[in-house]
Design a protein. Structure first.
Lengths: 128, 588
């Protein structure tokens, strides 16, 4: 099962964007699901439901500030980022460094492995 | 003439922690529950998101989340001989308003009050004799023990996501936790918060002096957390905007992100905001409530909400005010000592020791409500002999600030001018090098400290204001002198460059902020002639009215009040659900 998820992730990530490093493509989506707890207080995976943050359904491959009925910060609206494994990795490592003025109150996820696993999970849940 | 609304089974007055807990616990009965909140709706998305919430001027200095004194306040005096005047600006304490109440802008500190509080009268009488308790101190046991409250304490810790370290598990004492807490079945749901260099120095000094430091327990989530209701809490980001602010990261256990949304998922629970309850309505026997009268403060319309059960869940002062305005229970008379409503009002004592450490940087902007280190060696520790000190109660001592924010946090060494270039230089330097050790003390009831209706001043609705008559008495003065000496002792052992003079407070003033921990005025117990409510917080006089919250506390502790406030609310909810609804009447 784990191998299957990894394989599926690889495909999705490859389809969404060129994968920057082997570490990101090799993310463990199952572990990523538990790490998603850090996001769940503010984000859902339900496209109908924005909370403190916008919903994350389809985040991988989505343009920044793309959810219509969510009020983003000005800097996020102007960011012109497409969320790929690579850009998400940089953003999750230090959100303010990538989008200075984002209203996401999260200091960042310092471990590269954690980020890769979380992105693998987000990629999996981003499938239709 | 008030418009009469369709009957509800239960009406809840005030929608903070206690109202939210009762609504959450009673919602599954399917009964029609109407919650009336005098303030507005609140959500993290609409009200506490970054960057809006980081407005120190609006929320800290101007108290945007707190009660508006232009609508209702209390009058204040220190003694019977004085004329009370209205508190026109919040100072000493900060009552909440709006959905979530003070539970949105609290620090999160959550204690389990031990039997040293709950059995205070019995314990002091047994150990020191009846004469040890002064004649003017109506000290009372609570009528519940910490063993009875234990499962409810635990329930709240798991709902609110409390971070901490148990010190006294059933399986044995645990090094690094509070060794003086009463026995508990489970550890906290989350590990302790991280604390900075200052609390570390405090812990080292306290250990060297033979004390037992441990991380302060608090509902600031040290990890992402999902509570038993499936509500998600984020991880605390140590942003320093905790006390007086709503949490921007959903990391502070608060009613609006835990119990309230769970209750409101039930279609039989209805919340009405801007609904200012003025009175509990009684029938002609005065022994039964028929509902409440309230005003929609947005339209000015007067309404009547009939209900079979009335749950008073306002702030402590609000509950007592409503009891007095409604004529529930006999008002307390300080001259005769007779009557109960308004009696045993207690504030909280405390103080601190300011220090400066040349060359050190404490980074006070990295902070959260409860992170820090505490000692309980002089409060729940019954081996601490009060005899030589001659007081009833004790102190907790702690180190750990809740936020070094730019306007409010300006520590300067003694002798610094209050303005000008020298002040600017000192404040720039002091910001990083200052550190405080602080203490809280118990306050025991005194016959002269009480709440009643003011004879002169009225609120925006023409109702008499609540009048507060309070001062610290000899017992508190002794405790505060002792607490201040403990801070000085530990402070000195931390080896600061400057140890500021540390003068204990002798008299209470409403002006500087001290603590929002008001207690008593409608106290619980087992004797109807001495208490307002029974141990299920049910009015002895009007048994379909329950007055829930810190107003039930017979005295105040050196701990923060939310732990027992929530535990008692859970206990009351269970008694209503399992017993009262089947057989309405006085619970026995």
């Amino acid at each position: 099962m784990k191998r299957l998820i990894a394989a599926v992730c690889g495909v999705v990530l490859a389809a969404a964007a060129p994968v920057a490093s082997g570490q990101v493509s090799g993310g463990d989506a199952k572990r990523g699901e538990t790490l998603y707890a850090a996001c769940a207080a503010c984000h859902t995976l339900d496209p109908g439901q924005n909370q403190l943050g916008p919903h994350l359904k389809g985040i991988v491959g989505r343009k920044a500030a793309a959810v219509d009925d969510y009020t983003y910060s000005g800097p996020m609206k102007r960011a012109e980022i497409t969320w790929t494994a690579e850009t998400l990795d940089a953003f999750l490592a230090d959100p303010q460094a990538v989008v200075a003025g984002t209203k996401m109150p999260f200091a960042g996820m310092p471990e590269a492995k954690d980020r890769a696993d979380l992105i693998a999970y987000l990629a999996l849940t981003s499938q239709p | 003439m008030a418009r009469k609304l369709p009957r509800a089974d239960i009406v809840i007055v005030g929608f903070g922690w206690t109202g939210g807990i009762l609504a959450r616990e009673l919602a599954p009965t399917g009964l029609k529950i109407v919650a009336l909140e005098r303030g507005g709706p609140r959500s993290t998305e609409e009200d506490f998101a970054v960057p809006v919430i980081r407005d120190e001027l609006r929320f800290d200095r101007r108290h945007d989340l707190m009660a508006d004194t232009a609508t209702d306040t209390c009058t204040v005096r220190n003694s019977l001989a004085e004329t009370a005047l209205p508190m026109r600006r919040l100072g000493s304490f900060l009552p909440g308003e709006g959905v979530g109440g003070a539970g949105v802008h609290w620090n999160g500190t959550t204690w389990r009050w031990s039997d040293r509080d709950l059995r205070i009268r019995s314990l002091y009488r047994e150990r020191y004799g009846a004469k040890y308790i002064p004649a003017d101190m109506p000290l009372r046991d609570w009528g519940v023990t910490s063993a009875e409250l234990e499962p409810y304490y635990e329930k709240f810790e798991y709902v609110a996501g409390v971070s901490g370290k148990a010190g006294n598990l059933k399986t044995g004492k645990v090094p690094g936790g509070n060794p003086f807490e009463d026995v508990r079945a489970k550890d906290y749901p989350l590990p302790p918060l991280t604390h900075g260099h200052g609390p570390q120095l405090f812990a080292e000094a306290a250990t060297k002096l033979g004390y037992h430091p441990f991380p302060r327990p608090g509902a600031n989530a040290s990890r992402p957390y999902t509570n038993p209701d499936g509500m998600h809490l984020g991880q605390c980001q140590y942003c320093g905007f905790c006390e007086r602010f709503g949490c921007e990261s959903n990391a502070k256990g608060s009613p609006h992100i835990t119990v309230i949304p769970v209750a409101l998922k039930h279609p039989n629970v209805e919340l009405r905001t801007h609904a200012w309850v003025q009175k509990v309505l009684l029938d002609s026997t005065r022994k039964r409530a028929t509902g409440v009268a309230y005003v929609d403060v947005e339209t000015g319309e007067e309404l009547e909400q009939p209900a079979d059960v009335v749950l008073l869940c306002a702030y402590q002062l609000g509950n007592v005010h409503l009891m007095l305005l409604s004529g529930i229970g006999k008002p307390y008379d300080p001259k005769t000592g007779k009557g109960v409503i308004g009696a045993n009002y207690c504030y909280q004592g405390g103080g601190g020791q300011l220090m400066f450490f040349e060359g050190k940087s404490f980074n006070p902007f990295i902070a959260t409500g409860s992170a820090g280190v505490t000692i309980d060696d002089f409060h729940s520790n019954w081996d601490f002999d009060r005899g030589p000190h001659g007081f009833v109660g004790g102190s907790t001592v702690q180190c750990g600030g809740s936020g070094g924010r730019p306007i409010g946090y300006r520590p300067t060494p003694p002798g610094t001018p209050l303005w000008g270039s020298d002040w600017k230089r000192a404040t720039a330097k002091g910001y990083q090098s200052a550190l405080s050790v602080s203490f809280f003390t118990s306050v025991t009831p005194n016959r002269g400290n009480y709440l009643d209706l003011d004879p002169t001043y009225t609120n925006a609705f023409g109702q008499p204001l609540l009048r507060m008559t309070f001062d610290f008495h000899e017992n508190e003065r002794k405790m505060m002198a002792h607490g201040a000496s403990l801070c000085a002792e530990i402070g000195k052992a931390m080896n600061p460059t400057i140890l500021a003079p540390n003068r204990p407070r002798n008299s209470w003033s409403v002006v500087p902020y001290q603590s929002t921990h008001n207690t008593g005025g409608a106290i619980m117990g087992t004797d109807p002639s001495q208490t307002a409510v029974n141990t299920w917080q049910q009015s002895w006089d009007v048994p379909n009215v329950f007055s829930v919250g810190a107003s039930s506390f017979p005295h105040n502790s050196a701990y923060n009040p939310t732990g027992p406030l929530a535990a008692l609310a859970y206990r009351t909810a269970e008694a209503i659900r399992d017993r009262y609804l089947k057989h309405p009447g006085l619970l026995g």
